[in-house]
Design a protein around this ligand. Structure first.
Ligand code: GDG
Length: 724
C-alpha cells in the first residue's frame, strides 16, 4: 500500500543557477517539511510542481530522473498554465474569496480553464502511480477538482483524502463563485475532507447542502457509491525542530549577536508573507497608536517586522508593499530617536537558523492576520522561546486562536485594542507570561505536524474499513447476471418494490410523481408472469396507489402496510380510528406555519410532515425541533416517529414495511425473493426478509441491503434486464 501525497509543490525544488544548470534545494514551508518527515509504514510518494518551467523534453527528463530517486513525481507546467492556474484562479480568485477579500476576487473564465487543465495534468501524473488499495492525499485549494477526477478515472479500491489549508468561507461568500458546484463536487470525490477548524468545516457542509442539495448527518454524507466525511484536524509544527534549534551553537551565537545589537530594547516580532490577509497595515496602525498612547515606552520597545516577498508582481500585492513602506517610513520618521528606531523592517526571507534566533530572543510575537487558515508562525514562536517568558498576541481570525487560547487574543481590526494589548503584554508579570507560555507549549508539543498527518491518515483508514463493512455490493454486469440466473431458475417469486425514490424519482409536489407509461408497461409485464407475485409496498395512501396502478394485476401495501391489497381487494390492517389526537396535528400545523415550503400530508393511518423544498439549514433546524417536540406526546400516545427522505412520519408502531414483508413471506414458499427500496423505512423490509433474499438499496449505501443500485433511473432498466 502506498501513500501518494499530491501538493502544488514538491518537497524538493529545482532552480537554474548562473550557468543555467539545475540546482535542487528543499522547499520551505510547514506543509512540505512536515509531511516529508512523516513517520509512516506506508511507501511515500509525492506528486507536485518542481518549481521551474522546463525549456525542453530533455530538461524535463533530466529533472524527472533526479526527482524520481526520492519518489517525487513532477508535474511540468508551462508559463501560461502557471499564470492561469496558480496566479490566476488559485491566487486571484480562490485565495481572496476564502480570506473574505471579495473585492480582490477576480472572475475570469481563462483562469478557470487553466485551473481545470492543471488539475487534469496532476490527475494524469498521479494515475501513473496510484494502484488498487493505495491512499491518495490531496493538499489545498490549488487542487480542489482533483479528488473527483482521481475518483472517476483511478482504480476502484483507493482512499482519497483532501486537506484545505486556508479558510473555507461562509456560503454567502462562496456562492458568488460561478464554479461553486464543480468545486464542492470536486472535493466530495474524497472520502475525508479535512479543515483546520470546525468553522471552516461548518461552512463547507453548508455549501454542499445548499449547492448540491445533499444532506449531511453530523460529519458525513451518504453519496451514491460511498460515505464521505468532513472533519477537523488542526495542523501543528515540527515541535522538536523549533524547540531544539535554539540550542544549536550557531543559533546561540546568532541570538547573542542580536541581543547585543538591540540592547535593552524590548522586541516585538512579526513574521509574514506579503499578503493582504496578514493584516500588516492594521498591525502598523495598532503599533503607531501604542506609541501615541504610551510615550513612556519610546526608546524602549521596537517592532521587528519580517515580511517575506510574495506574489509582488500581482497589482494588489505591489500596492500593499508600497503602503507598508510608506507607513513604516511615516512611523520611523515621526518617532525615531538618535539611538532608537521604532520599526526594524526586513523585506526578505531569513535562513532558518536566523529566523529561529529571532523567535528565540523576541519578548513578544504580534500575529494579527485579518484571516488565516491556521498560522504556523504563532506556534513556532511559542516552541522556540523554550521555557523563557514571552507573550503571544494573536488574532481571533487565525485558526490557531482556537488552540492557543492562552495567548492574548485580539480583533485585528480594532486598532485601539491592538495598542492596549501591546501595553498589557509589556506590563504582564513574568510569572503570568511563564504560565501562559507553558500551557501553549504543552498543547503544541503534543499536536505536532506528524500527529496531524497520522490522525488524518488513520481516520482515512477507518473510513475505508467502514465503507468495506457496508455489505452492499454494487450491481454491475456480473452481479446482474447472478440475480438474473436465480430469477430464471425460480418458479415462485416474490418481488416487493417501493414506489417513491425507487420506481419513480422524487418530484417537488408528491402528486406529480404519477407512473409513466414505461413504468406501467414494465410492472404489467412483471405481474403478468404467473410465477411472480409483485407487490408495491409504499408509504403512500391506498387511494393514490389504487388510482395510479389499481388496474394492473399487482398486490399492494399502502401506508407502510396499514392497508394491503390481495386478489383485487383492499384490506384495512389496523383499527378504524386515527391513532393520533389533535395535540399532534396542532404541533405539525405550527411547524408548517413557521417553515416556508413545508407541508402536511394526512393519511388515514399516518401523518407526514414534508420538508423537501425547504431551505437546507432551516430544514435541519426544524426537523430536529419537530422530532424533539413530538417525542413526549408520541410516546404518551404510543406512536412511532419515523425520519424518512425529507419527511417526518407519525404512525402506529404496529405496522411497518417490515411487518408487511413478514406477512408476505408467510403467504407462500417462495424460491426467489427480491425487494427494492431507497429509504430508511425500506430497511425494515430488508431486515425482515430471509438472508437469501435479493435486497437492493437504490441510490444510497446501506448497512442492511445486500446490493446497491446507484441511482433511481437505473431501476427500470434493471427490471427489464431481469425479465429478458
Ligand atoms: C498556509 C495558510 C496555514 C516565514 N518567514 C520565513 C519563513 N517562514 C515560514 C514560517 C512558517 C511559514 O513560513 C508560514 O506559514 P503560515 O502558516 O504562517 O502561512 P502560509 O504560508 O500562508 O500557509 C496558513 C498553513 O498553510 C498550513 O496549513 O497555517 O493559514 O495560509 O512555517 O516559519 N521561513 C524561513 N525564513 C523566513 O524568513 N526559513
Amino acid at each position: 500500500m502506498k501513500l501518494l501525497i499530491i501538493a502544488n509543490r514538491l518537497p524538493l525544488k529545482v532552480a537554474r543557477n548562473k550557468e543555467n544548470q539545475f540546482e535542487f534545494s528543499r522547499s520551505e514551508g510547514g506543509l512540505t517539511t512536515g509531511l516529508d518527515s512523516l513517520e509512516t509504514d506506508l511507501e511515500k510518494h509525492w506528486v507536485g510542481w518542481p518549481g521551474a518551467v522546463m525549456d525542453s523534453n530533455e530538461e524535463e527528463e533530466q529533472v524527472r530522473e533526479h526527482l524520481e530517486e526520492f519518489n517525487f513525481h513532477p508535474v511540468f507546467l508551462s508559463e501560461e498554465q502557471l499564470h492561469l492556474h496558480y496566479e490566476g484562479f488559485s491566487n486571484s480568485t480562490l485565495w481572496p474569496l476564502c480570506h473574505y477579500f471579495n473585492v480582490y476576487t477576480e472572475h475570469n473564465s481563462d483562469y478557470w480553464r487553466g485551473y481545470l487543465e492543471v488539475n487534469r495534468l496532476f490527475c494524469e501524473v498521479a494515475l501513473q502511480f496510484v494502484e488498487e488499495g493505495d491512499i491518495v492525499w490531496v493538499q489545498d485549494y490549488q487542487l480542489m477538482l482533483l479528488p473527483k477526477m482521481i475518483r472517476q478515472d483511478g482504480p476502484a479500491n483507493i482512499n482519497i483524502g483532501y486537506f484545505h489549508h486556508i479558510p473555507f468561507p461562509t456560503y454567502e461568500l462562496f456562492r458568488v463563485l460561478p464554479q461553486r458546484s464543480e468545486l464542492v463536487s470536486g472535493l466530495l470525490g474524497a472520502d475525508l475532507i479535512g479543515f483546520h477548524t470546525h468553522d471552516y468545516m461548518r461552512h463547507f457542509v453548508s455549501a454542499c447542502e445548499r449547492i448540491l442539495d445533499l444532506r449531511f448527518v453530523l460529519d458525513h454524507v451518504t453519496l451514491n457509491d460511498r460515505i464521505a466525511y468532513a472533519d477537523v484536524f488542526p495542523m501543528g509544527i515540527n515541535y522538536t525542530l523549533y524547540n531544539d534549534s535554539p540550542l544549536l551553537p550557531e543559533v546561540q551565537e546568532m541570538s547573542l549577536k542580536l541581543k547585543d545589537h538591540y540592547g535593552d530594547n524590548k522586541l516585538i516580532l512579526s513574521v509574514d508573507r506579503l499578503d493582504y490577509s496578514k493584516g500588516i497595515l492594521h498591525r502598523l496602525k495598532g503599533f503607531r497608536r501604542f506609541l501615541e498612547l504610551y510615550p513612556e515606552y519610546h526608546g524602549k520597545v521596537s517592532l521587528v517586522m519580517i515580511i517575506v516577498p510574495s506574489r509582488d508582481q500581482v497589482d494588489s500585492y505591489s500596492e500593499l508593499k508600497n503602503k507598508i513602506d510608506e507607513t513604516i517610513g511615516g512611523i520611523n520618521g515621526e518617532y525615531s530617536l538618535l539611538n532608537w528606531i521604532p520599526v526594524h523592517y526586513f523585506y526578505h526571507s531569513f535562513p532558518f537558523n536566523e529566523l529561529v534566533a529571532m523567535y528565540h530572543i523576541a519578548d513578544m510575537a504580534l500575529v494579527t492576520p485579518l484571516r488565516d487558515g491556521m498560522n504556523l508562525v504563532a506556534k513556532e514562536y511559542v516552541a522556540a522561546r523554550r521555557d523563557n517568558p514571552g507573550v503571544l498576541i494573536l488574532s481571533e481570525m487565525a485558526g490557531a486562536a482556537i488552540e492557543l487560547s492562552d495567548a492574548l487574543i485580539i480583533n485585528p481590526y480594532d486598532v485601539e485594542q491592538v495598542a492596549s494589548t501591546i501595553h498589557e503584554a509589556l506590563e504582564m508579570p513574568e510569572e503570568e507570561q511563564l504560565r501562559r507560555m507553558s500551557l501553549m507549549r504543552r498543547k503544541i508539543a503534543k499536536r505536532t505536524v506528524n500527529h496531524w498527518a497520522q490522525k488524518f491518515i488513520n481516520q482515512l483508514l477507518t473510513i475505508r474499513q467502514n465503507n468495506e463493512n457496508s455489505n452492499s455490493e454494487q450491481i454491475d454486469g456480473h452481479v446482474l447476471n447472478n440475480i438474473h440466473t436465480a430469477y430464471k431458475a425460480a418458479s415462485r417469486r416474490l418481488i416487493v418494490l417501493d414506489y417513491d425514490g425507487t420506481l419513480m424519482g422524487f418530484k417537488r409536489r408528491p402528486e406529480d410523481a404519477f407512473p409513466t407509461e414505461s413504468l406501467r408497461a414494465i410492472l404489467s409485464k412483471l405481474a403478468v408472469d404467473p410465477f411472480n407475485k409483485v407487490v408495491i409496498s409504499s408509504g403512500r395512501d391506498h387511494q393514490t396507489l389504487e388510482s395510479w396502478l389499481g388496474d394492473l394485476d399487482l398486490s399492494m401495501a399502502a401506508e407502510h402496510g396499514a392497508y394491503y391489497k390481495e386478489a383485487g381487494e383492499w384490506v384495512r390492517n389496523i383499527p378504524e380510528e386515527k391513532p393520533w389526537n389533535d395535540e399532534i396535528t396542532q404541533i405539525l400545523h405550527e411547524f408548517t406555519d413557521r417553515t416556508p415550503k413545508s407541508m402536511i400530508e394526512e393519511k388515514e393511518t399516518t401523518l407526514v410532515w414534508h420538508y423537501r423544498n425547504v431551505d437546507a439549514w432551516l430544514a435541519t433546524l426544524r426537523e430536529q425541533q419537530l422530532v424533539e417536540t413530538l417525542i413526549e406526546p408520541c410516546s404518551r400516545q404510543g406512536l412511532q416517529i419515523m425520519r424518512g427522505n425529507k419527511i417526518v412520519e407519525i404512525k402506529s408502531p404496529n405496522h411497518t414495511k417490515g411487518s408487511e414483508a413478514r406477512r408476505l413471506i408467510a403467504m407462500d414458499n417462495y424460491d426467489f425473493v427480491m425487494a427494492m427500496g431507497d429509504d430508511t423505512t425500506d430497511e425494515d423490509m430488508f431486515r425482515a426478509l430471509p438472508e437469501s433474499a435479493f435486497t437492493i438499496k437504490v441510490g444510497r449505501m446501506s448497512q442492511v441491503a445486500r446490493f446497491n443500485l446507484s441511482s433511481q433511473p437505473k431501476v427500470l432498466s434493471f427490471l427489464k434486464a431481469l425479465m429478458a
